[in-house]
Design a protein around this ligand. Sequence first.
Ligand code: NOJ
Length: 765
Amino acid sequence: MKYNLPKYILPALIVLAISCSTAKQDITSSTKNISSIDCKVDSLLSLMTLEEKVGQMNQYNGFWNVTGPVPKDGSAAKKYEHLKKGWVGSMLNVKGVKDVKALQKIAVEETRLGIPVIFGYDVIHGYKTISPIPLAEAASWDLEAIKKSAEIAAAESAASGLNWTFAPMVDVSRDARWGRVMEGAGEDPYLNSVIAAARVKGFQGNLGEFNLAACVKHFAGYSFAEAGKDYNTVDVSHNTLHNIILPPFKAAAEAGALTFMNSFNELDGIPATGNAYLQRDILKKDWNFQGFVVSDWGSMGEMVAHGYSKDLKQAAEQAANAGSDMDMESSGYVEHLAALVREGKVSEDKINDAVRRILRVKFELGLFDNPYKYCDEAREAATVGKKEFHEGVLDVAKKSIVLLKNNNNLLPLKKEGQRIAVIGALANDKTSPLGSWRIGADDNTAVSVLEGLNAYKGNQITYAKGADVVIGEPTFTVETKINMTDKSGFTEAVNTAKNADVVIMVLGEHGLQTGEGRSRAELGLPGVQQELLETVYKANPNIVLVLTNGRPLIIPWAAQNIPAIVEAWHLGTESGNAIAQVLYGDYNPSGKLPMCFPKAIGQLPLYYNHKSTGRPGGESPTESVFWSHYTDIDNNPVYPFGYGLSYSTFEYSNLKLSTNTFAQNGQIRVSVDVKNTSKIDGKEVVQLYIRDLIGSVTRPVKELKGFELTEIKAGEVKTVTFTIDEKTIEFYTANKKWETEAGDFKVFVGGSSITKLEAPFSYTK
Ligand code: NOJ
């Protein structure tokens, strides 16, 4: 597509073409050839005024209804002026081809240099057709399915004018109180790393018209907010930062992520947005990251509230000097950066570096070839909500379900002749399953559990709400109100249950009880739902509990008493169909928990890859109190990391190592036999963990180092193999670098982080 160049740009292009003669390309033409892009970027940079450069570092939230009149007063008018002057490098929360095109037209056709705007949006788990929340997808341990889900999200949103998603979130999360655990891949750095890479590849693909630039967030440490309270202080060691928090970020950078987002929290007393150690030293220097870093929303301005900057101007100075390249909605750069350069407080080299990074991404996306690349109305109409996207999100939704308990094979349900009671407001909810962070999707567009079950015609289904979970219709920005008192529906629920062969209770969190700003201090079933569960149980204990939630819940009573429990998270648009297909056995579940389910809130943070401590205690009970434990509860979760059942059963045996010792450049092959001891074909996630017995810094009791999702036919024995090499045992040592240390190790293999099979090996230098 051809677009009208602004009248000033032609002479400029001649200069650029000459200065880029080695690349022999038109300056406005983008290419994936990085050196030629760099040449074009430099040439363009040389034409820019300081204000135009700073403008590229400025991102505004959609400030004006572009189909309405041009804003005349206040901050919207000012932002509009900035857009016309070329002082806006990016916008967020503008979506839909019509609006994006209208704004891009101003940037490209009315500004002096015509530099296109990059349009960002939180496409976290889908745009209109919604996939399971990322934590749920992580439970699939299916990297292909996760990549596919990101591809669907990218295709739909790119067709709607967007070219940049603020995803994936790769924050390792050990504290389920934190509402944003739903956005990541859970408690393990390895699982987070491989999933981060899959998501980046899914979003970015080959940067074609159905792809988006990814933005890896939140760099770094945000999920370690004290007591799981969002935006709270973070205080982590160097050891935890490097060995636990950073690996998924590095994996995402290595997978080619074009951008990073910094975070709201402080690290070692310095807010991440102003943190040069994170952004300059680690990301840009050690990892050689060539893309750009955007701040989180207003996080530059928040450095004032942190008590780190005296005012917005100083915050802008600190952020720019620390390597935060683009300012999301603080207006700190656009207001102050040019003056800071003139005053000598920020060097122009630093500005040039940031602008180069931003322009480079725009070139790589092809926005200089065609700024309207993402603005094709016909494509938008043909793409959004496509049938194959629904099939895709249904597939990953089924794969994300975790079967937690299934006494006496209560599941799968019989398909005929059953009286089934379905109880719980969440069973009849078409909005909650969309989960949090699905701002592009419309309310009431998910398939409810009731609808999914009603698609099966052989049984008689009776529904009773029992009790509301939330009061009114929750929204993304306002505190969700929970029903703490109204039990008026209990009697109807009990009567419905009494007359049923099986009771399906759909309980848990509403989709808008998790996500940003939604930390919880209690993690039981919210409101009156626990009481509803116990009341119905007295009338009919033959209950299948379907949990829908965005984080691990604390459900020890249910785990003890309810015969069958299915973890169904917030599964997106096709939620009800996915759940029904699993309940009826048309899909055999294979999901495994990406975070453990604690016994009590006092155990948090709880994670399997903890350190041993000086007083670890042993396997057998002891009278002594002097060991690391609680006096009122044991140390274990109800359900551990990596745990999940299937309608098949699996037996592990014959753990073999090709050798018990290896040296530099060597490796060990580990094999294990997994038998499907049932009459049903199934899938199992075979997991490999390692313990490094002694290190120059203390090491976790166990760390996930590999897994394989494998199909095993009924009665079949499959031999699964893994390779251990130096990469597998590397860690961030006392020398403050990633390296191997000679010593003794143990390898564990099994179907969860609680494994029976283990073998020793050693590594020599
Ligand atoms: C704040 C959130 O922390 C971040 O994850 C998100 O991308 C931005 N807001 C933009 O919506």
